[in-house]
Design a protein around this ligand. Structure first.
Ligand SMILES: Cc1cc2nc3c(=O)[nH]c(=O)nc-3n(C[C@H](O)[C@H](O)[C@H](O)COP(=O)(O)OP(=O)(O)OC[C@H]3O[C@@H](n4cnc5c(N)ncnc54)[C@H](O)[C@@H]3O)c2cc1C
Length: 480
């Protein structure tokens, strides 16, 4: 069986040590008070157009709320497109049962219809068909597609890969066809507060500093950018060396002759080991995954992970970006120089946005912790069920995890929901359940609840949960 490199995605590292300037002086300046133009008054404002944000905007608009989506970059999709982390994993559990449907499934269906998503056929989920298992092992996608079942056999998960460029276009269409408004290139810098209630947001763009007012604001920035300005309780605790305590610099090398690479690896294993060792000794690595989409033949993906406990610190982000870019280009130069198959390759693209895995999280009405993974009990206000595939023996025992609506609701702040990886969870829980499909589920639930709360004229905290549940069920969300 051919296997490229080793399990690239489990190569987590400890936080980087480097000298930071930090806060250089104790000086402050007073910002002059000024009137800011209100550019929109609306029902629901969604901040951030990543997996959480697009789901929230689509759900709120479909629910009848006047909705606007604000995104700092020129494209939607967040990490799933601009971060080049285009794998949508854990849609089924180890036993082959699908748990994430709804908006996420809709995105995949629409992309698959354009040849821009691929996943194993349903008949293989939870099964150990050798030819299918081998496909994912060969692509070095074991971490996302393959688990061991109770009998110790490799089985296939329902996981998808999407084409990020087609996804950006499809996501624009999905948002706009609901009637929601979209403003790209709009960086939201602060909430507008009236006591403990969020009334809108301040946005900075080439058009200047402007304000938007809304009945509900949904923070889908990934990092919970609005939270500090609300005074609500947050945590950013992470364990060094874990998945969430990593930045990722992702890049694609294309025009790789994988057949030549394979032939070399299989026919001359000793020489292959020698070349790999040489590349390592010069600071490079031969770890990569190969693109699974048919039209991406000859493309290999490299996820350079690098430890960090401060993923919203601009000094640290700058240091990591400069360092990993240098290392990545050097890595490709070494592959091109020494590894058969890479002679005519080139770096096609490095992710337009630095990969962030963890960061600021809200401490909300319900704070999810490790104990919520080790139970079979759903919540009364369950808004999503996640397949638990990444905890070994514990995943076999507890193959599902439930998410309560309260994990999206701040403790005291009104008019705000959090529907991204900043949802209310501790580091243990976040480690396993802040991925792309999870954030789509948070977004779909938050957008749906926001629209119902606006319709009924109640606070999102007090929304009629039965109405939310029924609406989610009609949208294809799988609930207890
Ligand atoms: C290297 C790496 C590999 C990963 N691999 C996978 C994988 O294969 N599969 C998977 O499911 N998950 C993966 N993840 C995790 C996954 O990418 C994230 O957890 C997920 O994207 C979170 O979605 P989100 O909507 O919370 O945030 P994001 O995807 O970060 O989206 C947030 C959006 O908000 C925008 N935004 C942020 N701040 C503001 C602001 N102030 N104003 C306006 N807009 C703003 C951003 O531009 C972005 O579009 C990976 C993460 C990393 C770092």
């Amino acid at each position: 069986m051919v296997q490229y490199g080793s399990e690239v995605f489990q190569n987590y590292s400890l936080p980087q040590q480097f000298a930071k300037k930090g806060i250089a002086t104790a000086k402050t300046v007073a910002e002059a008070q000024r009137e800011i133009k209100v550019i929109r008054e609306t029902d629901v404002i969604v901040v951030g157009g990543g997996p959480g944000g697009i789901a929230a905007a689509v759900a709120a608009a479909r629910g009848g709320a006047k909705t606007i989506l604000l995104e700092r970059y020129g494209h939607l999709g967040g990490m799933s497109t601009g971060g080049l982390v285009n794998i949508i994993p854990n849609l089924s559990d180890i036993y082959g049962e699908q748990w994430i449907g709804g908006f996420c499934q809709e995105v995949l269906d629409r992309l698959a219809a354009r040849g821009a998503a691929c996943f194993p056929e349903k008949c293989y989920w939870g099964k150990s068909e050798t030819s299918v298992v081998d496909t994912y092992l060969k692509a070095n996608m074991m971490h996302f597609y393959i688990r061991k079942n109770r009998e110790g056999k490799y089985v296939v998960l329902y996981t998808a890969v999407i084409d990020p460029e087609v996804a950006k276009d499809e996501m624009n269409t999905m948002v706009l066809e609901t009637g929601a408004e979209l403003l790209l290139h709009s960086w939201v810098t602060a909430p507008i507060m009236d006591g403990k209630t969020v009334k809108g947001v301040i946005v900075e763009s080439k058009s200047g500093r402007q304000a938007l007012l809304g009945k509900v604001v949904i923070d889908c920035t990934g990092d919970g950018d609005l939270l500090p300005g609300t005074g609500t309780e947050t945590t950013a605790y992470m364990l060094p060396g874990t998945r969430i305590a990593q930045f990722g610099f992702v890049y694609w090398i294309c025009n790789v002759d994988l057949k030549r690479y394979d032939d070399f690896m299989n026919s001359e294993p000793e020489k292959y080991a020698e070349v790999s060792a040489k590349i390592s000794s010069l600071g490079g690595s031969v770890r990569f995954s190969s693109g699974l989409l048919r039209h991406q033949e000859g493309v290999v993906w490299i996820h350079r992970l690098i430890g960090s406990l401060h993923q919203t610190d601009v000094e640290e982000m700058t240091y990591i970006d400069v360092k990993t870019r240098k290392e990545s280009v050097r890595n490709w130069e070494l592959l091109r120089a020494y590894m058969p198959g890479f002679e005519r390759s080139f770096i096609m693209l490095s992710a337009p946005q630095l990969g962030t895995s963890g960061g600021r999280r809200i401490v909300g009405e319900y704070f999810l912790t490790a104990k919520d993974m080790d139970t079979d009990e759903p919540f009364d206000d369950t808004i999503a069920i996640f397949a638990d595939n990444d905890r070994g023996e514990l995943s076999l025992r507890y193959p599902r995890t439930y998410i309560p609506y309260r994990a999206l609701v701040p403790k005291e702040t009104e008019g705000l929901l959090v529907a991204c990886r900043a949802f209310s969870a501790d580091h243990d829980f976040s480690e396993f359940f802040n991925l792309i499909p999870h954030c789509m589920c948070f977004g779909q639930a938050a957008g749906t609840a926001a629209a119902i709360a606006v319709r009924d004229g109640v606070a999102v905290r007090n929304v009629n949960f039965t109405a939310v549940r029924n609406a989610l069920l009609t949208q294809g969300v799988i609930l207890p």
